[in-house]
Design a protein around this ligand. Structure first.
Ligand code: BJ8
Length: 423
């Protein structure tokens, strides 16, 4: 990695602590990623981003700030990037996916909080993540109770805007979400000093739609009988999509998709014939949470799709690009985002329908329904998901895990047994 120490110092980071994180990441990445054979060449871009993860993008963001742009840190796929981009702002995802940050989160949160929240709070309070230091404003949302309360701690010394998420999907809830997006747009305009016009919003909608379409192409390639890319690599593409520049992300994902489509024509596969195809459903996997995918793909399985927010929930469906006035555009944005099926909604039949559809489209042999420990929403919904899958005759394994390695061997045993059973 190039020398970014001066930049980290200027960001007020805890350099000693941060050194410990930098020391473990390359080894973990090497073990999980670089040990794979026959990877698509296009993955070189994402490998490079990981090797410079706390350097290259943060320095781009700081440069943009010097030119007057504002950076908005977000934690959920319901927060509409389009609005920020239309006001010439930049969005960066902030969800924490490493156990490294959990102890600093546990210093202020109950231990029985989901690791994603603990890691996110820990990354801020421990001063070990440049993205948390750079973001000018955090944007929270009222999806789960743990997050709602975490915003009160995270927002103590950073401007924080919270979007009030509806918990149902009736027409009046779509109305409410439209109003909430309009209010957010007002906050973004005031904070950036830039006015959102229909033309600028239209351009932003197209930028994010292009990114979604490019990511969807990568996923489309995973429907092939011969898999041109591993689940681990596809997961990495998604994780980095949350904080990369959206135009570059679309370009690189399209380039990768070109290569994958060629591989399919050439009959190239990264897995031996007969490898069991697994759909992973459930809670998101923020970078660098590669634990479950690594276990599955070193236990005789291949992850072919993720029904998660670091998977299909992030890119499926686009915003209608045909609207020409702000009211209709905000409504179109609200409709697209309300089509995401997170377990924070009730009822949430749409998610079960999605899972059954994806199982068919990706020709899966089995489903692994994963829940981050202490996420009551996905844990409870697991009952309905697993029941529906069993009724459809699709084998399913429900697991609960966190960011530690403590349960890795136990998980491996269960997953190996599940995959063997698929025979
Ligand atoms: S749309 S999944 S990104 S809220 S933080 S709910 S794991 S206890 S992340 Fe999420 Fe938006 Fe929904 Fe997706 Fe559970 Fe943890 Fe809460 Fe979580």
């Amino acid at each position: 990695m190039a020398d970014y120490v001066e930049m980290w110092k200027n960001l007020g980071m805890d350099l000693d602590k941060h050194d410990n994180l930098c020391a473990v990441l390359p080894e973990a990445f090497g073990d999980v990623y670089l040990s794979q054979e026959n990877r698509p060449e296009g993955m070189g871009f994402w490998d490079f981003v990981v090797s410079e993860i706390h350097g290259i993008r943060p320095s781009e963001l700081i440069e943009a700030q010097k030119n007057g742009q504002k950076v908005f840190g977000t934690f959920c796929v319901y927060v509409p990037d389009e609005v920020v981009i239309a006001a010439d702002g930049i969005v960066t995802g902030l969800c924490g996916g490493s156990q490294f940050w959990v102890p600093d989160g546990e210093a202020v949160l109950p231990k029985s909080t989901c690791p994603l929240i603990k890691a996110s709070v820990g990354a801020r309070l421990g001063k070990t993540c440049p993205f948390f230091r750079i973001a000018d404003m955090y944007v929270g949302e009222t999806t789960c109770d743990g997050k709602k309360k975490a915003w009160e701690i995270l927002g103590q010394d950073v401007p924080m805007h919270i979007m009030d998420m509806p918990q149902m999907k009736r027409p009046k809830d779509v109305e409410k979400w439209t109003e909430e997006i309009k209010e957010f747009a007002g906050v973004v305009e005031k904070f950036t000093g830039n006015t959102i016009t229909p033309d600028k919003l239209q351009k932003a909608i197209c930028i994010i739609n292009e990114k979604r379409k490019a990511l969807a192409r990568v996923y489309e390639a995973r429907k092939a009988d011969k898999l041109p890319i591993s689940g681990k690599d596809a997961l990495l593409v998604m994780q980095i999509a949350f904080f990369d520049d959206p135009v570059r992300c679309a370009q690189m994902a399209n380039k990768l998709a070109d290569e994958l489509e060629q591989r399919i024509k050439d009959g190239v596969s990264v897995f031996p014939e007969g490898t069991k195809r697994i759909l992973v459903t459930g809670t998101p996997m923020a970078i660098p949470n590669w634990k479950l995918h690594h276990i599955i793909e070193t236990s005789g399985g291949a992850v072919v799709c993720e029904e998660t927010c670091t998977g299909t929930r992030y890119f499926e469906n686009t915003v209608d690009e045909t609207k020409d006035n702000l009211d209709d555009q905000y409504r179109a944005i609200a409709e697209r985002y309300m089509g995401i099926n997170c377990a924070c909604f009730t009822p949430n039949h749409g998610r079960v329908d999605d899972i059954l559809r994806l199982a068919k489209e990706y020709k899966v042999d089995g489903v692994i329904d994963v829940n981050l420990k202490f996420c009551c929403l996905y844990d409870t919904e697991g009952y309905t998901v697993e029941k529906a899958l069993k009724e459809a005759g699709i084998p399913v394994l429900g697991i609960e895990t966190d960011y530690t390695d403590a349960d890795a061997e136990q998980l491996r045993t269960r997953i190996e047994a599940f995959i063997e059973m698929l025979d």
